[in-house]
Design a binder for this molecule. Structure first.
Ligand SMILES: [Zn+2]
Length: 236
């Protein structure tokens, strides 16, 4: 089976998984929220944006990214199609490189005024729960898709890793926005590797200095390496 044939199946599996994880996190938020829940209008906005983004871009992302990866492999374009690495190493490299690329993208959306105007939609949510994960301006989604496709093309990333990354990244986005906290004992060992909801909640602070920190989504290491890590919230 070639890369393009698995894309629609990964997409279906991905949507089922995302819907299941969304429902699970929403249920945990109801039972034990980290902060008092606020629903009402903001839910309507977040879910409307989710619907628009899904119809306009979200459905296209795995297909276009897989398409670019297959094209690069067929034509021998991109770094990994020139220097052959073992399959597992290419897979691991693709996941790590895509995550750091999205860390850099997120950093840029806070630093470049035009990009911040789009990204502000995500930060304009008055509070923070699993539905915030869906609150993105459609144009930001399109720009992000273009950036990811460029990375896949230039590096010649393998299609299976690209599709896996898209799915894992979506699940990580749900997790980091969930309005619950990990048990106290789990927070620091998990945060040593992954971004946790408590870590990302600092990024959604009303204090700009905290908002301009903790840009990571999957691995927490980038914020430590690039010195954008805030460990404890001071703002509200
Ligand atoms: Zn942000």
């Amino acid at each position: 089976m070639n890369g393009m044939e698995i894309a629609p199946q990964m997409e279906l599996l991905g949507f089922a998984l995302i819907a299941g994880v969304f429902a699970l996190f929403a249920a945990i938020e109801m039972v034990s929220p980290a902060r008092p829940p606020v629903r009402g209008r903001r839910w309507l906005t977040n879910l409307a944006l989710f619907a628009i983004d899904t119809l306009a871009v979200r459905l296209l992302i795995p297909l276009l990214m897989a398409g670019v990866a297959v094209l690069a492999a067929e034509r021998g374009w991109g770094l990994l199609n020139v220097i052959a690495w073992p399959g597992w190493a290419e897979f691991a490299l693709a996941i790590v490189v895509l995550d750091v690329a999205l860390y850099l993208q997120h950093w840029a959306t806070h630093r470049v005024p035009l990009l911040w105007r789009l990204h502000k939609v995500h930060h304009s949510d008055p509070t923070f729960d699993v539905t915030t994960a869906a609150r993105f301006h459609p144009v930001e989604m399109i720009a992000s898709m273009g950036w990811k496709m460029a990375v896949v093309l230039v590096l010649g990333l393998p299609v299976a890793a690209v599709l896996t990354f898209v799915l894992v990244f979506n699940l990580a986005t749900l997790f980091t926005h969930a309005n619950f906290a990990l048990p106290r004992w789990a927070e620091s060992p998990v945060r040593a590797i992954l971004v946790t909801p408590d870590m990302h909640r600092i990024h959604h602070s009303s204090w700009q200095q905290e908002t301009d920190s903790n840009y990571g989504t999957l691995f927490s290491v980038w914020d430590r390496i690039f010195r954008t890590y805030t460990s404890n919230a001071r703002g509200g």
